[in-house]
Design a protein around this ligand. Structure first.
Ligand SMILES: [Zn+2]
Length: 465
């Protein structure tokens, strides 16, 4: 849309004047200058504030392995885009719908439902490169700037609009939309078909650049059009990423022109990806008219036994899997869970060590060591864990692990600290403040108090937005 002349002067007047204010639950209001969205730094500030406001409703899956893997995938892909030093926030979501989204500031979420249909890492990467292309091309900002309705409106619902564009996850979008005008703006602001083609085009080049076959992108579009046929009320992903006949043909013409390039090694090998896929699709319902064309029965049986607390039976079934399946990283993730419950701690340690050897930057092994300490009744926080909490405080799963540890060994000061961060990451500033003062009161005098300073600083930063 070339509406610069039409909306330009108006925007120049409005943008410096209008501040975006949206209320987060019962807590404080967040005010962000719409002007700030024009820069990468501004996108990050906006994105993080937006995430805090919706986080508790996203249906996040606390799955450190999945989060680490998604971070690794995103890091590999990010180098293919002009995204500078933008941080990446990876979210593994629980919904069974086929959907993924990117929000300004490098926030990328993916529903586990996509793994019902995507049967290779390359296809997942195709979805992710498409999403990252929307970010690299700044489609949120451009969409907002070009929207006549937004420029005339109050801009007060920018957050709701972005939520609607990026997620369309039922209540999340709805609850952030305040008033009919915003609903109109939402309709106007789903990615346009031009943006979709642009995201496909830039995404497929990035996909090949990252070492994956570009045909995977075309396969994903085929999957989407097939799902569209079977989905009576429309697919969330397609409501924000409209398909159109020309999208497929444009993409295929482009792929035909791409010079052949050798594929690189994926992060997960084929067997490992299948195992990961089985874990992610546990207990999901197969959509109407479709059939699973992959076999996860034994893994799903293992996980079901685990959920029913029949840990020994689950371990026996796990040990009956072929060694090549058991020895995958996803297999090790299951082995850790099972051996913690059955007290085969030597096996737990070996599995943790193997993952951390291959992926030293992953948080999953450190979190597993906390759960190991709990299972062994050792009331001592693993040494590297404190460093990790200082370095990656945005990772919610770290604080959940600290809370488990604190509850197991009745350490109130750590529980308050963990709950303080949990509240903060969910945008509940007052609750976070309360937890901080309780942590401060119960903090042992002999203990280093720097963790309290960190939390206080983070709360202050959130208040200043
Ligand atoms: Zn799209």
């Amino acid at each position: 849309m070339m509406s610069i002349v039409k909306t330009g002067p108006l925007m120049r007047t409005l943008v410096p004047l209008i501040f975006l204010i949206f209320t987060v639950a019962a807590d404080r209001s967040l005010a962000i200058s719409a002007d700030d969205l024009a820069t990468r730094e501004g996108e990050v500030v906006f994105g993080q504030a937006w995430l805090k406001s919706v986080r508790s409703r996203l249906g996040e899956r606390s799955d450190p392995f999945c989060t680490d893997l998604l971070e690794t995938w995103l890091t590999r892909l990010k180098n293919q885009f002009d995204l500078g030093t933008m941080p990446m926030t990876a979210l593994c979501l629980n919904s069974q719908e086929f959907n993924a989204f990117a929000a300004p500031g490098g926030i990328v979420g993916i529903n586990r439902g996509v793994y019902l249909d995507l049967d290779s890492e390359a296809e997942v990467m195709a979805v992710l490169t498409h999403e990252l292309a929307h970010l690299a091309q700044r489609h949120h900002y451009r969409g907002l700037r070009n929207s006549e309705r937004m420029s005339k409106g109050t801009l007060a619902t920018l957050a709701g609009v972005v939520a609607a564009i990026t997620t369309r996850q039922g209540q999340v979008a709805q609850s952030l939309i305040m008033g009919g005008q915003a609903a109109d703006a939402t309709a106007a602001l789903a990615y346009s078909r031009d943006y979709e083609r642009e995201a496909d085009r830039i995404g497929v080049t990035a996909l090949q650049g990252a070492g994956y076959p570009p045909e995977a992108m075309s396969k994903v579009l085929h999957i989407l059009s097939r799902k569209q046929l079977y989905s009576p009320k429309g697919l969330a992903f397609l409501s924000t990423h409209p398909l159109g006949i020309e999208r497929q043909s444009d993409l295929e013409a482009r792929i035909a022109q791409m010079p052949p390039v050798d594929n690189g090694a994926p992060v997960l090998g084929a067997v490992d990806f299948s195992m990961f896929r089985c874990i992610q699709t546990e207990s999901l319902q197969v959509a109407y008219g479709e059939a699973l064309d992959f076999n996860c029965k034994q893994v799903h049986d293992i996980l079901k036994l685990y959920r029913n607390e029949r840990f020994q039976d689950a371990l026996v079934l796990f040990d009956a899997l072929p060694p090549a399946t058991r020895d995958t990283f996803s297999g090790l993730d299951i082995e850790i869970a099972l051996t913690l419950k059955t007290q085969n701690f030597n096996r737990t340690e070996r599995a943790i060590d193997t993952i951390s050897l291959f992926y030293p930057s992953w948080l999953q092994p450190s979190i597993a060591r906390v759960d190991l300490a709990i299972a062994q009744g050792i009331p001592k926080l693993p040494r590297e864990f404190r460093d990790l909490m200082a370095r990656r405080p945005e990772r919610l799963d770290l604080w959940l692990a600290l809370a488990r540890f604190a509850l197991a060994f009745k350490k109130d000061h750590l529980l308050f600290e963990a709950r303080g961060w949990e509240a903060l990451l969910n945008g509940k500033l007052e609750a976070s403040q309360t937890m901080l003062s309780r942590a401060t009161k119960s903090w042992p005098k002999t203990l280093d108090s720097r963790p309290l300073d960190l939390l206080e600083k983070a709360i202050k930063q959130s208040q200043s937005i």
